[in-house]
Ligand binder design. Structure first.
Ligand code: ACM
Length: 568
């Protein structure tokens, strides 16, 4: 990390402290004003404002409130029981007691009831209804995921200190009276993390997953392989992690800044298969699907460093090492039968580990100079009757598409997989703007919108001179919030092909879990609303009011979010 970088972090910490002391003064002022006001309790007679993020489809606030005490029972049976236990686990640390679970209850008072009803109309598999009265709380859903999201809303209806991890004294756990009907706009509400560039410890990944679930985000793409590192244990090819998971040192400062300086320290790490099983299960307990990404044919330097025969020029690539700086390396997999077999072996282990319907094979930024320079590869192009290198990449992708389809999975790739012809079952992730997504959706392919312009969370979120070093760009909160994943250029009958939206946290300049949170929040909260809330209900000013309250939750959890200008 550069000096400039760490200094800026220190500044942020200081400004947060300053903000806290401002807050204390502000609170003192409020208390004094209340004490001397003639009608100090008039505000309390109005229902409290529920600051739920993402904003629910429909919310009606009611008079009164329900109070959770140690004698409140949670009532759930069969499949609902697992979700009820998650509710009990979530409330226990800060409340300091564990609510009792019962399969049924004679009393209708002082209970939180979770109920599954597959016949509930119009809310889909992730929707729920939540009703809070003075007597009880009722959450209903068609599927367990809906109950889980109802629970997330309930947590947000409680005071922010519910998110603390040890008993909080002196709080009454009041839930305001409310009637909510809620369901998501899109089925893919995702984020991407990039442990290939800077390894993300498993513990940080689990914490990241926790925070996602609070925002009703349900898809996490993990970019497991790149030029700078290979981060997943593959039993058949141990050198991928023996060699590919370590690099000698890492560039300090921005790639564009010369002369280059390096930190002189080894950087590495990978997830064992047991780690992966744990991450996948932890995520699925929170109704989050992990989408693994194994990059091909480009971004392949760490793999080729481990097994040089996978490269186009194995003799020359014998001494190749995982890259120590950013950019896109020219090292690309050779489209030989041995490489295809190798990658399908890797994918075999990947699909054993990840139950995800979607398997991402990258496909972006495949620099084709080595294919162009190789007599052998040019002969492959001629033999297969292909026109050029783009068609060769398309052929390469089709080998993977056929393989994945045979195993009941769907291939996802960045929008470059459109060039040279799209494989039949492929899903396109549109990153170079929206055009890839528009073309693919209009051609009847499913797409996920992830354009740099609105979803690249590795971009600056404020003036560069005041922010930690980033890759470039400028993506403020407001712009994320205003994104609409369904561009007008997609024909109305094709809009159903837009599965949803994803925010990218590329890791070149994000070297610590703390920085990852800083880049993710609050932008991921805005993205959550883009992915979940109805388009008609989006209102930035209203979001900002709710966000102010929501920040209290992030603080209680200890998320290192980026403070707003007014908070600094
Ligand atoms: C990408 O940002 N290369 C997908």
């Amino acid at each position: 990390m550069s000096t400039r970088h760490s200094n800026l972090f220190r500044q942020t910490a200081v400004s947060q402290m300053v903000a806290h002391s401002h807050l204390t003064i502000a609170l003192a002022v409020v208390i004094v004003v209340c004490l001397f006001s003639r009608t100090p309790f008039s505000a309390a007679s109005k229902p409290e404002r529920a600051s739920i993020i993402p904003r629910p489809v429909s919310i009606r606030q009611r008079q009164g409130h329900f109070t959770i005490t140690s004698s409140t029972q949670v009532v759930a049976k069969k499949e609902a029981t697992a979700e009820a236990l998650k509710l009990i686990d979530a409330l226990a640390p800060s409340m300091g007691f564990r609510l009792q679970l019962a399969a049924r209850s004679k009393a209708q008072d002082n209970i939180i009831k979770l109920e599954l009803d597959p016949q509930l109309p119009q809310i889909g598999d992730e929707g729920y209804t939540l009703k809070v009265t003075r007597e009880n709380i009722l959450i209903r859903a068609r599927r367990p995921a809906g109950l889980f999201y109802g629970i997330q809303t309930l947590r947000q209806l409680l005071p922010p200190s519910i998110f603390r991890k040890a008993k909080v004294e002196g709080v009454t756990w009041k839930v305001p009276g409310v009637e909510i009907t809620d369901y998501p706009r899109f089925k893919w509400r995702g984020l991407l993390v990039d442990p290939a560039r800077h390894f993300i410890p498993k513990s940080a990944l689990l914490r990241f997953i926790d925070t996602m679930s609070l925002h009703k985000l349900n898809s996490l793409q993990i970019h497991l392989t790149d030029d700078q590192g290979w981060r997943i244990e593959i039993k058949k090819y141990p050198k991928l992690t023996d060699i590919g998971a370590r690099r000698d040192e890492t560039l300090i400062g921005h790639l564009s800044k010369r002369p280059w300086l390096f930190d002189g320290r080894r950087h590495g790490g990978f997830y064992t298969q047991d780690d992966i099983r744990e991450i996948v299960r932890y995520a699925s307990d929170r109704h989050i699907n992990i989408v693994p990404e194994i990059e091909m044919p480009g971004h392949a330097r760490a793999a080729i460093s481990s097994y040089p025969h996978l490269g186009v020029f194995p003799e020359k690539q014998r001494s190749l090492k995982p890259w120590t700086h950013w950019g896109v390396s020219g090292d690309i997999f050779a489209p030989r039968p041995t490489t295809i077999a190798f990658l399908q072996d890797v994918l075999s282990e990947v699909i054993q580990l990840f139950p995800s319907n979607y398997i991402h094979i990258g496909g972006d930024e495949a620099v084709k100079n080595q294919w162009k320079a190789s007599e052998e590869i040019q002969a492959v192009i001629r033999e297969k009757g292909l026109k050029n290198e783009e068609e060769l990449q398309s052929w390469f992708t089709r080998q993977m598409d056929t393989f994945l389809s045979k195993h009941g999975r769907r291939l996802v790739g960045w929008d470059e997989i459109l060039q040279g012809g799209l494989a039949p079952g492929a899903i396109v992730m549109s990153w170079r703007g929206e055009q890839g997504g528009i073309t693919a959706a209009n051609a009847g392919h499913d797409v996920v919108m992830a354009p740099t312009s609105h979803t690249y969370f590795d971009y600056y979120q404020g003036p560069a001179e005041k922010e930690p070093l980033a890759i470039g760009g400028y993506l403020p909160l407001r712009k994320v919030y205003h994104y609409d994943p369904v561009p007008a250029a997609i024909a109305p009958e094709k809009t159903r092909h837009v599965l949803g939206v994803q925010g990218q946290l590329w890791g070149e300049y994000i070297s610590t879990p703390r920085h990852l949170e800083y880049m993710a929040y609050p932008r991921a909260a805005a993205l959550a609303e883009v992915g979940w809330s109805p388009k008609r209900s989006k209102e930035y000013e209203d979001f900002l009011i709710r966000l102010r309250h929501h920040i209290g939750r992030l603080r209680a959890i200890g998320i290192c979010y980026r403070p707003a200008e007014s908070e600094k």
